[in-house]
Ligand binder design. Structure first.
Ligand code: FA5
Length: 342
């Protein structure tokens, strides 16, 4: 029996070395370890030997069984790795120096509108700033007057990292940074990707874009805010659009407003995009709270300012008549490549 075990080990190794595919390895597994396999057969034949021999041979056969299992697993792994290498080698190399074969990219509609807004605001003396996506609790909440346990945090649940940092819920997270960096007076816009733990629907995504703007100077008032909002909207839409301003609460502005736009998908009649209200919340805004100015190192006795948080993704929807916000993150190139120009 001992010789039989050794010769089975040898023949297994030879057969294993000839396997070239995962299927072949599987066949070998069945041939050796399956119900009617050779190793299983050896184990069954133990019933015909004496007790002492059974113990010793049993150990040998179990060793062989374990070895066969391990070697089969190794073989599958190496075959998979080789297959992967072959696949990689088979992929056509992309040479950026070769002329295009008629395939040209296009900008995402959000990028197009963001650039248009950057031009509009730059022409009015605003600087354009970039800000990170992973921020601290202080930047996202505390520095904009939302202390821990403030109920306003409930509206902006997000994704937290193990180190306590989080994916920014709004572009207001950069307000403190801008105020600290430039001091007063300052005019700045800062577009960026935002993240929230949302139940998605036609107008809500978990990942969307906002564009924040602040203007801080002596004697800045609500009239300045309204002027800039109106100018921005008429230039983006290249026509008059109906807007409404209503009171809105945000801990970082006082007074605060919601600027809504008449839904351009249904013309104000009511649809799923505007939740059948005829209006789309687009650009909350207000006069910067003195606490926020103070935390940014600006004296609220000397300076006042406005801030707005434009829902950039929603603006794109209104501009291009995109009914469902989820289409914009879909990666559907056929749909997205229609937007060549803002
Ligand atoms: C804010 O995020 C405030 N930081 C805006 C602000 C800035 C107010 C400065 C005052 C001064 P709100 O949560 O309402 O507010 O979001 C602002 C805009 O972002 C909304 O009007 C909407 O257009 C857009 N928005 C918010 N949540 C989503 C979402 N889940 N999907 C798509 N767009 C969203």
């Amino acid at each position: 029996m001992k010789e039989k075990i050794d010769s089975l080990r040898e023949s297994f190794e030879q057969e294993l070395s000839r396997t070239m595919s995962s299927d072949a390895v599987e066949q070998l597994r069945v041939a050796y370890l399956g119900k009617k396999g050779s190793v299983t057969g050896l184990l069954k034949s133990l019933k015909d030997v004496g007790a002492q021999e059974k113990k010793e041979l049993g150990q040998h056969i179990n060793q062989l069984k374990k070895q066969v299992e391990e070697r089969l697993a190794q073989r599958v792994e190496s075959i998979r790795a080789a297959e992967e290498q072959r696949e990689i080698a088979a992929v056509e190399r992309y040479d950026v120096t070769l002329p295009s074969k008629g395939l040209t990219g296009s900008y995402h509609p959000i990028t197009l509108v963001q650039r248009q807004l950057e031009e509009i605001f730059s022409s009015m003396g605003f600087i354009v700033e970039d800000f990170k996506e992973i921020v601290t609790d202080y930047e996202c909440f505390e520095a904009v007057n939302i202390p821990k346990d403030h109920p306003a945090r409930d509206m902006q649940d997000t994704y937290y990292l193990e180190n306590g940092q989080l994916l920014k819920t709004h572009t207001s997270a950069a307000q403190n940074f801008i105020l600290q960096k430039y001091g007063a007076p300052v005019r700045a816009i800062f577009p960026g990707r935002c993240f929230r733990n949302e139940a998605t629907d036609a107008s809500h995504e978990t990942t969307f874009f906002q564009m924040e703007g602040i203007m801080v100077d002596k004697n800045i008032s609500i009239s300045n805010l309204i002027y800039f909002m109106k100018t921005m909207l008429s230039q983006v839409f290249e026509r008059e659009v109906k807007v409404r301003l209503r009171p809105g609460f945000f801990p970082f502005v006082e007074p605060g407003f919601e600027l809504d736009i008449n839904c351009l998908i249904c013309g104000g009649e009511g649809c799923s995009t505007c939740h059948h209200s005829g209006w789309v919340e687009l650009c909350p805004c207000g006069m910067i709270h003195p606490n926020v100015l103070k935390m940014g190192g600006v004296d609220p006795e000397e300076y006042t300012g406005f801030a707005f948080g434009l829902g950039l993704t929603r603006l794109v929807m209104m501009k291009y008549g995109v009914k469902d916000i989820r289409d914009l993150n879909s990666g559907n190139l056929k749909a997205l490549s229609q937007f060549q120009q803002a």
